[in-house]
Design a binder for this molecule. Structure first.
Ligand code: PLP
Length: 476
């Protein structure tokens, strides 16, 4: 024990000093390219890693060429943004961990403009007086949902929290037991209600809730009735829930508001796009909801945002609540949201302009043809590593939208003879300049091509396959 500690200490001492390596003639060019700071950090990182490695049994000193190569790799890693684009070939179109909806071109232009210049964010250009940042999108939201007023916050979880806090703090929020939902990332309806200072009153049973359950729960303490769209699961069989119009009537008969958390926020008729029906905010408003909350970056296809539409008097209570100030959106998000909403107002076919809708409505035939087109190139890139084939698969919408519905799609499927190499292959694909994220399923790595929808993306995908053999070597 003693012996090996001294030995590794001895090896460590024979590593070059930071300044020695930094001044190495082979790194002079790199220093010119990236500057002192970046290079110093890379040298430190490399030497620290070697100090640790030399503590393990049997480790030997690296030669100079290895150290130089590792410093260069560390420089590369530093210069590479963490928030860089990836290929989402997971088969989940609206993938929360991959940033949900990509924006349409109109929204991208709006974001770039707003980033570069001052924007009349809270400034009324007509009068020169102070404005309200919600004004940027409120009229559009009113037009698209038929509501009287609207406000926007950071995400839908924030929208629900704000609405419950402003309308229900210190009072009771009544909700069906079948809707005590948890959405990924620790958003649980009961917890949000507690955080909002509401007392939760659950009514009915998990599978069945009736109008009489809600009526029986009404009291002096009642603050509001809440309905949550059970967007990420589906109860089948002996079920019953109370129609929205009836819940609205029960709430209004008691003089309290009725709120619906819709989650997904589809702004166009999904059946007309050949997709399963998804309740729109306009339908929820028409059914009598006083407030409706939904996300900006799910089926709507815009930036991350939480939108609340509904009765003017209630929206104005939300706007005046201190939480609104803490949860508000910045100018980039509002610019992107305005541009995305304007697509729904202006376009006969929003799916042509909004990538999320375009991906969801992509024809299966088109994806199969693409898979067949890409098969030879991928086959060459993985020759000797894995087998490659085109297989039918089914994409899902994601982010809890329409959980039981699947879209027919096609995948490039990689299998390795022993099956053991799949993990390594996955890692190699993630090491490519634009990381490729697939899904391991049934002993194979599936690359669902539904989201590889643009010709430019396809070209990048093909071009970078030449790096795959090297990435495979490095991904031991
Ligand atoms: C997704 C979702 C939320 C959370 O929305 P975020 O925009 O992710 O904060 C809340 N409620 C429902 C029903 C949802 O589907």
């Amino acid at each position: 024990m003693m012996e090996s500690t001294t030995m590794s200490e001895d090896l460590r001492r024979r590593l070059p000093a930071v300044n020695t390596l930094l001044g190495h003639s082979l790194l002079a060019g790199d220093r010119g390219d990236v500057g002192d700071r970046v290079l110093t950090r890379a040298v430190r990182e490399t030497l620290t890693a070697w100090r640790a490695r030399l503590g393990t049994e049997g480790a030997a000193l690296p030669d100079e060429a290895t150290l130089i190569a590792e410093v260069r790799a560390a420089v590369g890693r530093q210069r590479c943004r963490r928030a860089r684009p990836v290929f989402n070939l997971t088969g989940t179109v609206i993938h929360t961990n991959l940033g949900r909806s990509p924006l349409g071109e109109r929204a991208i232009e709006a974001v770039v403009d707003a980033a570069r210049h001052p924007v009349a964010l809270e400034y009324a250009l007509e009068t020169g007086g102070r404005g309200d940042r919600d004004n940027l999108v409120e009229e559009l939201l009113i037009e698209l949902t038929g509501a009287e007023a609207a406000t926007v916050v950071n995400n839908n979880a924030a929208a629900v929290l704000l609405a419950l806090t402003a309308l229900g703090a210190g009072r009771e929020a009544i909700i069906s037991r079948g809707e005590m939902i948890e959405i990924g990332g620790a958003f649980r309806m009961p917890d949000v209600m507690t955080a909002a200072g509401c007392r939760l009153v659950e009514v009915g049973a998990t599978n069945r809730t009736h109008a009489r359950d809600f009526r029986g729960a009404l009291s002096e303490q009642s603050g509001l009735i809440v309905k949550a769209h059970t967007s990420n699961y589906h109860v089948e069989g002996f079920t019953a829930s109370v129609p929205e119009t009836e819940l609205a009537a029960i709430a209004h008969g008691h003089g309290i508001p009725f709120m619906i958390d819709l989650g997904s926020g589809a702004l166009t008729d999904f059946r007309a796009l050949g997709l399963p029906h998804e309740v729109r905010p306009s339908e929820a408003i028409a059914a009598g909801a006083d407030l409706v909350t939904f996300s900006g970056d799910k089926l709507l296809g815009g930036p991350q945002a939480g939108i609340v539409v509904g009765r003017r008097e209630l929206i104005s209570r939300l706007k005046q609540h201190p939480l609104k100030r803490a949860l508000r959106c910045d100018k980039l998000i509002l610019a992107a949201l305005e541009a995305t909403l304007s697509v729904y107002r202006d376009s006969e076919a929003p799916a042509r302009e909004l990538p999320t809708l375009a991906m969801l409505t992509r024809a299966e035939r088109d994806i199969v043809t693409q898979a067949e087109r890409l098969l030879p190139a991928l086959g060459r890139a993985v020759a000797g590593i894995a087998e490659c084939a085109v297989r039918a698969c089914r994409s899902q919408l994601g982010s809890g939208s329409l959980p039981v519905d699947r879209l027919d799609s096609a995948a490039l499927v990689l299998t390795s003879p022993s099956g053991r190499e799949l993990g390594r292959l996955e890692r190699a694909l993630r090491q490519l300049p634009r990381p490729v994220i697939g899904r391991v399923h049934d002993g194979a790595l599936w690359l669902d091509l539904r989201c590889l929808a643009s010709a430019d993306d396809e070209q990048v995908f093909v071009d970078q396959l030449e790096f795959l053999p090297d990435a495979w070597q490095a991904a031991t």
